[in-house]
Structure formats: structure tokens, C-alpha cells
Design a protein around this ligand. Structure first.
Ligand code: FDA
Length: 397
């Protein structure tokens, strides 16, 4: 049987894998990217509502969750959001900053995929789609792989890079295969769970949420010391919106989340002012001046806040305001990998070199992107990790 020889084989033509391929091939090696999907960068294509929030200009290690909070510093510091933006601008891709440093394509996420494809082509990267990894073994000089699918055959490579992402959105080809490969080579994997994911609630709470489904409000949402100030959204299944997605990465079963509604408004002061100016105004109507109408009605009804303002003691109004500033809710779970944007946990960073992403115990074996135990906040941070870690491995190979 003919055995093809490559310098580097990368499993996964996602954000991290393509980035790594570009830089590994630019250094002269023969590089092959293998993916079981029919197209590269499928998650890029659907990201950011189709516009790809491709980086966050302020991305730093503090915006990531990892067993080792220092691990991401090296790659993020050496390949920065500005470096990726330079690449985007080199390809004349129009972009804009939306909010909180989040950079999006003006036109389409497909611009980013095309950019990466063009760079790969220029660097002479070979890509085999609809191709699976059937077996892999270590040899004295690297690895021997058996591929299946559209490109069956045997391949040898000095370096093998695992860039096959996490478990989120299995419908889009996520397999969790990268974790099995890590364990197969003796690396440990920290527990994984869905992150950046909507939270679900018991039927008692959901019955009410259905009345306010589709309503969003500004809020600060907290779990323990984690705190995010962004919008929340009530849905038929529970709660979503950026602040909820962010806090889901920190929430654990049986913990409450605390919600401060309208954080920039002094609700007690507003209610007391309204009481003086409009004593005959009902409490639900007064609350509807501060909160979205249906949310105000729902909260007034579930908490029994009725009557007119003139009849309420200031103390009572202050207590209502406190209830809105410190609303405690107990989620029962998350929507799971079906809708999670990312996977928390993954290949333990203790087994990897932070500068190169190479496994300390297996020379030539690399892990990059989401498969590693480095998970970013919502807002372009996860792609920046994919670019930075892909670049770190690609330039080290
Ligand atoms: P990624 O998942 O991109 O790529 C892995 C590749 O490996 C895939 O092509 C897959 O087909 C392939 N693969 C998997 N198993 C395989 C196997 N066994 N054999 C062969 N191939 C295999 N982040 C962000 O920063 N900004 C954003 O706007 C968004 N938006 C967003 C929206 C949605 C809906 C989701 C689900 C996620 C996001 N994200 C995001 C997160 C972002 O998509 C994610 O962090 C990166 O895609 C991770 O890049 P990787 O290259 O590590 O994995």
C-alpha cells in the first residue's frame, strides 16, 4: 500500500485548524488539513448571526475560563486581535465594531472563510474534506494515520495537530473526538460542559416566563463573583440573551443566579418621585415606566404588587426596588450542547506548552482551539483564541 508523507497533518478545518495550516505551510512544510465535514469553517459561517464576530479588540487572558488562568497569555500576547485585524484588512474585508470591542464583518462571515481559504491556497496547504481519521499510531519519527471517507489511505506525518473543536452543536459535525485523542496519548482532559448556553427552569417558573417570552431587558446577572452587564431575554424554554449566555459559563447546578434589572436606574428613587407626582398611579403602571410593560405586569402579578402609589409607604417602594435589583432565580439546567456556543473544559493545559501548544509528553502532537481547556466569554473571544492558538502551533512547527 502506498503511504503518503506529510510534515504536518491537522485534524479539523475550523478556525484554529485553518489558521495553523496557513502558518505551518508558510514555513515550507507539506501540510494536510483533514475534516469529516463537506465544507471548511462551518461554525465560522453561522457565527455572529452570519456576520462572524471574528475578534474582540480588548481580548486578554482575563476574558477566558481555564484551569490555568495564565495559560492563554502567551499565545494571545504574541498573536493579538490587531494581528488578525491586519489580516482581515489585507484582504479588504469591510468590518465594524458593534459594542464592547466586538468586531464583525460588514457583509458576511463567508468573507472570513474565503480569506482563510485564499491564504491556505497561497501557502499550498492541501485539504481533504469528507475524510475521517480511522486510526493513529506513534512511530519513531512521528505519526502514522489511517484515513477513511472520500480520501482513504495511509499517511505519515512528523506533526499531528488536533483542531477538531468541542462538543457544541453536534448537528454541525462536533464530535468530541479531540478529547478521545488526548486520552489516547496519555493527556488528561478536564470535565467538559456546555457553555455560552441558555438556562432552563422548572415548570413553575416557565409557566410565567411563557407570558413574557420574547421580552428583553438590561440587567446585571451574577453568579458568585462573576458578573455581566448586558441584555437578558425571556424565552419559552427559560432565559437567554448575552448576559445569561455569559453567566452560564460560571453557573453550576443548584446555584441561584441574581439579576439586577435596569442597573443604571435608581428604581426606589423613581418610584418615590412618581408617588409624589402621581399618587393615583397604580404600582404595575409605575413599574411599566421603568421596565418593559409585559415584564412589569408579570413581576407585579407574581409578587402581588398592587394598589396605587399614594397608598404605599416609601419603605415598601424601596423593598419592591430591592426585589428588582436582587431577583434570585434557580435554573434547573441548560439547553445543552444542542445550542451551546462552546464547550467548557477540555484538554488539560498542564500537559501542553503554552508557547507552542505542543503536548509536553508527546513531541509533535499539538492541541489548538476549542478542544483545549480555554473558553472565552461571548463577544469574539473564542475566535481570537482559535486564531492565537492556531498561530502559536503553526509558527512553532
Ligand atoms: P471548530 O468547531 O470551528 O472546528 C472544528 C472542525 O473539526 C470542524 O470543521 C469539524 O467538522 C471538524 N471535526 C470535528 N470532529 C472531527 C472528526 N472526528 N474528524 C474530522 N473532522 C472533525 N465565537 C466567536 O468568537 N464569535 C462568534 O461570533 C461566535 N459565534 C458562534 C455562533 C455559534 C452558533 C456557535 C456554535 C459558536 C460560535 N462561536 C463564536 C464559537 C466559535 O465558533 C468556536 O469557538 C470556534 O469555532 C472554535 O474553533 P475550532 O477551530 O477550535 O473548532
Amino acid at each position: 500500500m502506498r503511504v503518503e508523507q506529510f510534515d504536518t497533518v491537522i485534524l479539523g478545518a475550523g478556525a484554529a485548524g485553518m489558521m495553523c495550516a496557513i502558518y505551518a505551510a508558510s514555513r515550507g512544510g507539506r501540510v494536510l488539513v483533514v475534516d469529516h465535514a463537506k465544507a471548511p469553517g462551518e461554525k465560522i459561517r453561522i457565527s455572529g448571526g452570519g456576520r462572524c464576530n471574528f475578534t474582540n479588540i480588548g481580548a486578554r487572558a482575563e476574558n477566558f475560563i481555564s484551569g490555568n488562568r495564565h495559560f492563554a497569555k502567551s499565545a494571545l500576547g504574541r498573536y493579538t486581535p490587531r494581528d488578525f485585524l491586519d489580516l482581515v484588512e489585507k484582504h479588504d474585508i469591510p468590518w465594524h465594531e458593534k459594542t464592547l470591542g466586538q468586531l464583525f464583518c460588514d457583509r458576511s462571515a463567508k468573507d472570513i472563510i474565503q480569506m482563510l481559504r485564499n491564504e491556505m491556497e497561497q501557502a499550498k496547504v492541501e485539504m481533504r474534506l469528507r475524510t475521517t481519521l480511522e486510526a493513529i499510531d506513534r512511530t519513531e519519527s512521528g505519526f502514522v494515520l489511517r484515513l477513511g471517507g472520500d480520501w482513504p489511505g495511509a499517511i505519515t506525518a512528523r506533526n499531528f495537530v488536533v483542531a477538531c473543536g468541542g462538543k457544541s452543536i453536534p448537528k454541525m459535525g462536533a464530535t468530541g473526538h479531540g478529547y478521545q485523542l488526548a486520552e489516547r496519548f496519555g493527556l488528561s482532559v478536564t470535565p467538559t460542559r456546555p457553555a455560552l448556553v441558555p438556562l432552563t427552569f422548572g415548570e413553575d417558573v416557565l409557566a410565567g416566563f411563557r407570558e413574557i417570552s420574547g421580552i428583553s431587558a438590561d440587567a446585571v446577572v451574577k453568579v458568585g463573583k462573576a458578573r455581566f452587564e448586558e441584555a437578558i431575554l425571556f424565552t419559552h424554554r427559560g432565559m437567554s440573551g448575552p448576559a445569561i449566555l455569559q453567566i452560564s459559563s460560571y453557573w453550576r447546578e443548584k446555584q441561584p443566579i441574581r439579576i439586577c434589572l435596569e442597573p443604571t436606574v435608581d428604581i426606589a428613587e423613581r418610584l418615590i418621585e412618581m408617588k409624589q407626582a402621581f399618587p393615583r398611579r397604580t404600582l404595575p403602571t409605575a413599574l411599566a415606566e421603568i421596565l418593559p410593560k409585559r415584564l412589569a405586569a408579570y413581576l407585579a402579578q407574581t409578587n402581588g404588587w398592587s394598589g396605587i402609589l399614594g397608598e404605599q409607604a416609601d419603605r415598601k417602594l424601596a423593598a419592591i426596588a430591592e426585589g428588582l435589583k436582587n431577583w434570585e432565580l434557580y435554573p434547573t439546567g441548560t439547553e445543552g450542547y444542542r445550542t451551546a456556543e462552546v464547550t467548557l473544559g477540555g484538554v488539560d493545559t498542564a500537559g501542553l506548552e503554552s508557547k507552542t501548544m505542543e503536548a509536553k509528553s508527546v513531541p509533535g502532537l499539538y492541541f489548538i482551539g476549542e478542544v483545549v481547556d480555554v473558553t472565552g466569554w461571548l463577544g469574539g473571544y473564542n475566535f481570537q483564541w482559535a486564531w492565537s492558538s492556531g498561530w502559536a502551533a503553526g509558527t512553532a512547527i
